[in-house]
Design a protein. Sequence first.
Length: 245
Amino acid sequence: MNPVFRSMIVCLILIALWQAIVSIWNLPGYLLPAPVQVLTALYNQHQIITLEAIPTMIETLLGFLLGIFFGCLTGLMVTFFRPLKFWLLPLLIISQAIPTFAIAPLLVIWLGYGIASKIATTILMIFFPVASAFHDGLRCTEAGWLNLAKTMNAREWRVFYYIRLPAALPSLASGIRIAAVAAPIGAIVGEWVGSSQGLGYLMLNANARMQIDVMFAALIVIIVFALVLYFSVDKVLRSLVSWNS
């Protein structure tokens, strides 16, 4: 069954459960709005939601691409420059040990309320999974391939390009898939901490006005965007790493 079709079935089941909970317990809209209320808010506020979704998507995509770049660069450095390994690995661990919410306010202070702080928050959230996955893939190359290349006097860059890199791509693909899911979260967290635009900013304002249906409408847009990003990235990765699909 197609993964997108499966996701649609899961979403329909969750919506049915959502409606059942609201109906059985007769919950008021300010606690948990019914799906129909959320869809109505999504339709009535679609212009504002669309306008605020654009900055969030830009922040997510830029942070996602830059996070992959810096993650791959760090994975290469840790693997091939042994002295740096003892310095960079603790920094990688520290970057994930500190909650993103604790660092995001500092990023806003340092980089301002604009798009830069949101991109930095996204990079920080997805940097470790990509770097760690790529590093594991590079260092776990099958020894027999490396010994064969050494026997044939292959140059280092050829060994990397034709053996190590292809062998590491499946692991890197797993890290990128995780990054695709986490990237929208990083952008939203950055907008919650300090922003004047974006879906996170819209949710904060809706929460202050007790417009819970608008909050859920924005949340649905975020979920849909995250699913589209994940399945798009997954499709590209499957074509690039077709031998491991």
